[in-house]
Design a binder for this molecule. Structure first.
Ligand code: HSE
Length: 430
C-alpha cells in the first residue's frame, strides 16, 4: 500500500496558498479520511523570491521549470492554480500525457476546452477534477455528477459571480448607482481594476457552460451561452423592482426542455420570496431542479483563498483515494451525442420595461396600443412624473418570447411620445 500521495502545484497565488494552508491546517483530518498523508512536494512559480515571506511545509520546494514536475515519477497529482488558457493548457495536457492526475480551478480553460481535456484524461487513464472552477467552495460539480446522478436535471439557476452580486446587493441596500458601487468594490478589492469579465457576465457564463455540460451531458462551451451584464442597471430600476416585490440578481440559467437546451446569463428580477433573493453580498448560490429531488439550493463562498482551496483539497482527496485503491481513470465521460440548443430569442419570460415618455394626455393609450399590437399584456404599471415635460413609466408585462419584446421596444422607439426606453429586464416567474 502507498505510504502517501504526493502533489505538486502549478502556481502559488491566493488560491495555491489557500490550498497549501488548508492541507497543513487539516493535515490529520485529511489523513484520517483518506488513510494516507497528502504530501506537498514541488511548487512551480516563475519567481520564488516573491514568496519568501510564505512558510512552506518542510516537504515542499519551489521549482522554476514545470518540466521538473512532469519528469518526477514520484508525483501523483498536479494541481493547476495559475489561471489563463494558453500556458495552463500546455501544462495540463503534458501532465496528463505524463500520467499525472490533474486538479484544476481554471474555469476559463474548462469553458474553452473542458471536454477535450476530459477525453485526454480518459485516454491516459488519469483523473481530472475541477470542483473549484465553479462557485468556489460550493460542491456543485460533485452534486451534479454524483449526488444527483440518478436525476434528470431540468434547470440550473445560479448566482455564479460574487463581484456582481456584491454590486447589485449594495445598489439595492444603499440606493446607490452602478458606477459609485463599482468604484467602492474596486477600492475594497472585491472588483478587479478591469472588471469586464465579471460585470459583462463572461465569468458567470463560463461557469454556466461547465455546469451545463455536466448536468445535461453535452459539450457546452463559453460561446454557447448568451450573455448580458449588469452595466446598464440603473438605481431607479432597483427601486421600481422593490415596489413590484422583486430583487435584482445576475443569474446564470440553464434549462433542458423538450424543445432543447438553453443557456443564458442576464440580470433578472426574482420575487423577494425566491430562495435566491436572500443571497447577498459576494456570496454565490445555485438553485437546481431535477425530476427526482425536485428542488435544491447550494449556498456559499464563490471565491477566496481558503474557500477555493477547500474545493481543490476535496478533489485532491478524491483522487488520492483513487490512487490508493488503484481506481484512477475510471470516471465515465460526461458527454453524449449532440442535443439541440434552443434559441434565446424564443425563450419566454415576463419583462420589466422602464421608459421616459411625454407627460401629456393620451400617452398611456398609445403605449397600451403598441403592447396590444404585439399581443403582450401589461400586468402592472407605475407612472411617475419626472419633470414638467416628462414622466417615467415602469411596466410589468405578461410572459412572451424575447423576440416579441424586441419588436415591442422597436415600436416604442418609433412612437413620438416615447423619449427613451431606459431598461428592459427579465422577470423570473414560475
Ligand atoms: N471573479 C469571480 C467572482 C471569482 O467575482 O465571483 C472567480 O471566479
Amino acid at each position: 500500500m502507498k505510504q502517501g500521495v504526493k502533489i505538486a502545484l502549478l502556481g502559488f497565488g491566493t488560491v495555491g496558498q489557500g490550498t497549501v494552508e488548508l492541507l497543513t491546517k487539516n493535515l490529520d483530518v485529511i489523513q484520517n479520511r483518506i488513510s494516507v498523508p497528502v504530501i506537498v512536494d514541488k511548487i512551480y512559480v516563475r519567481n520564488p523570491d516573491k514568496y519568501s515571506h510564505v512558510a512552506l511545509p518542510a516537504t515542499a520546494a519551489f521549482v522554476t521549470d514545470y518540466k521538473e514536475i512532469l519528469q518526477d515519477s514520484s508525483i501523483d497529482i498536479v494541481v493547476e492554480v495559475m489561471g489563463g488558457t494558453t500556458f495552463a493548457r500546455t501544462c495540463i495536457e503534458e501532465a496528463i500525457i505524463a500520467g499525472k492526475h490533474v486538479v484544476t480551478a481554471n474555469k476559463d480553460l474548462l469553458a474553452e476546452a473542458g471536454p477535450y481535456l476530459m477525453e485526454l484524461a480518459t485516454k491516459h487513464h488519469v483523473d481530472l477534477r475541477f470542483e473549484a472552477s465553479v462557485a468556489g467552495a460550493i460542491p456543485i460539480i460533485r452534486a451534479l455528477y454524483d449526488s444527483f446522478g440518478s436525476n434528470q436535471i431540468t434547470e440550473i439557476m445560479g448566482i455564479l459571480n460574487g463581484t456582481t452580486n456584491f454590486i447589485l446587493s449594495k445598489m439595492s441596500e444603499d440606493g446607490l448607482g452602478y458606477e459609485e458601487v463599482l468604484k467602492e468594490a474596486q477600492d475594497l478589492g472585491y472588483a478587479e481594476a478591469d472588471p469586464t469579465s465579471d460585470v459583462e457576465g463572461y465569468d458567470a457564463a463560463r461557469k454556466l457552460a461547465i455546469l451545463g455540460s455536466i448536468a445535461f451531458n453535452k459539450r457546452i462551451f463559453f460561446e454557447d451561452v448568451s450573455c448580458e451584464g449588469i452595466t446598464q442597471i440603473d438605481a431607479s430600476d432597483i427601486q421600481f423592482g422593490k415596489e413590484f416585490g422583486y430583487t435584482i440578481k445576475l443569474l446564470g440559467i440553464a434549462r433542458e426542455t423538450k424543445k432543447g437546451l438553453s443557456l443564458n446569463v442576464h440580470p433578472a428580477f426574482i420575487a423577494n420570496t425566491h430562495p435566491l433573493a436572500s443571497v447577498r453580498g459576494s456570496f454565490n448560490a445555485v438553485f437546481l431542479r431535477g425530476n427526482g429531488f425536485d428542488e435544491a439550493m447550494f449556498y456559499g463562498r464563490g471565491a477566496g483563498s481558503l474557500p477555493t482551496g477547500s474545493s481543490i483539497v476535496s478533489d485532491v482527496m478524491e483522487v488520492a483515494r483513487n490512487v490508493v485503491q488503484g481506481k484512477t481513470g475510471e470516471m465515465k465521460q460526461f458527454y453524449y451525442p449532440q442535443k439541440t440548443m434552443y434559441s434565446s430569442s424564443k425563450i419566454e419570460s415576463a419583462y420589466y420595461i422602464r421608459m421616459t415618455v411625454d407627460n401629456s394626455t393620451g400617452v398611456l393609450a398609445k403605449v397600451a396600443t403598441k403592447l396590444a399590437e404585439q399581443r403582450i399584456s401589461a400586468h402592472s404599471v407605475i407612472q411617475r412624473k419626472a419633470d414638467n415635460d416628462t414622466a417615467t413609466l415602469a411596466i410589468i408585462t405578461s410572459k412572451c418570447p424575447h423576440a416579441y419584446i424586441q419588436n415591442l421596444i422597436d415600436s416604442f422607439n418609433h412612437l413620438r411620445v416615447v423619449r427613451e426606453v431606459g431598461s428592459v429586464i427579465r422577470i423570473m416567474v414560475e
